[in-house]
Ligand binder design. Structure first.
Ligand SMILES: [Zn+2]
Length: 261
């Protein structure tokens, strides 16, 4: 092998590893993998041509809080996505049915909120299947999205879960840490400050402060011109990946993402 060929190969390796570091992955999705021509399985955000964002609410439904949130979303004609826990769906199927009827998307967030990254495939499969069944029996439709509890999932799990269930794996790029209950003003400010076109905003409809934060959060996001869609709608708007990975950061600065915790 000539020196020139060795130089070429090492340049290529350097280029590819530089590309990986430049990819806008969040701290919760380090295993996004190298660029490939397969359709992406995992989304932290979506590169879109327009002010579209997806609000997502995890861990419900909550008997008291989710209906309040649905009233608010309905008043604003906003569609959101609920990553529900199967146990809670079994307890309150009518709330999940209402959300689906009103145009919101329902995603699988496991049956009992365990840490998938530390579980056997069989145990993960049971969690997903029971929840998939509960959602289907409440709404008449199977979910097409999963958000793993704590964002904990291995690259291998993503692959087989997508193969078996057809789910896309949905993370987030805006995290107000509302589960720490910092108060509605803080939740609102964190969301409004960090949301960009294509953002997937994480929060939880089981904390009163989160629901209290939503009227001003939604009003401020609307004032900034954002349009609210479900996660599947946002993904359907995804622009094709550009062949030059560097263009992702440089050509679309509004879509570049600081890492989030
Ligand atoms: Zn959760």
């Amino acid at each position: 092998m000539s020196v020139f060929r060795i130089f070429l190969i090492s340049s290529l390796v350097f280029f590819v590893s530089g590309t990986l570091q430049a990819a806008p992955v969040s701290a919760t999705a380090k295993d996004k993998g190298p660029p490939s021509f397969d359709p992406p399985l995992t989304f932290n955000w979506v590169r879109v041509d327009g002010p579209y964002i997806a609000l997502t609410f995890d861990d419900g439904p909550s008997a008291k809080l989710t209906p309040r949130l649905l009233d608010l979303l309905g008043a604003h004609h906003i569609k959101a996505t609920f990553f529900v826990i199967g146990q809670n769906v079994a307890e309150h199927p009518e709330i999940v049915a209402r959300a689906a009827r009103e145009g919101h998307e329902i995603g699988n967030h496991s049956w009992s909120h365990p840490n998938f990254g530390k579980m056997s495939d069989e145990a993960v499969r049971r969690e997903l299947k029971k929840t998939d069944d509960a959602i289907r029996s409440a709404t008449g439709n199977r979910p097409v999205l999963i958000r793993p509890p704590y964002g904990s999932i291995t690259a291998r799990q993503k692959k087989w879960i997508n193969d078996e269930f057809g789910y896309k794996i949905i993370m987030w790029d805006v995290d107000p840490l509302d589960w720490k209950r910092p108060g509605p003003v803080t939740v609102c400010n964190r969301i409004v400050r960090n949301t960009r076109a294509g953002s997937i905003v994480l929060s939880h409809d089981i904390h009163p402060g989160t629901i209290d934060a939503m009227p001003s959060t939604i009003a401020q996001l609307e004032a900034k011109g954002f349009k609210f869609v479900t996660v599947s709608e946002l993904i359907s708007m995804a622009l094709p990946e550009t062949p030059k990975p560097a263009a992702r950061g440089e050509a679309a600065p509004s879509n570049s993402r600081p890492p989030q915790g």
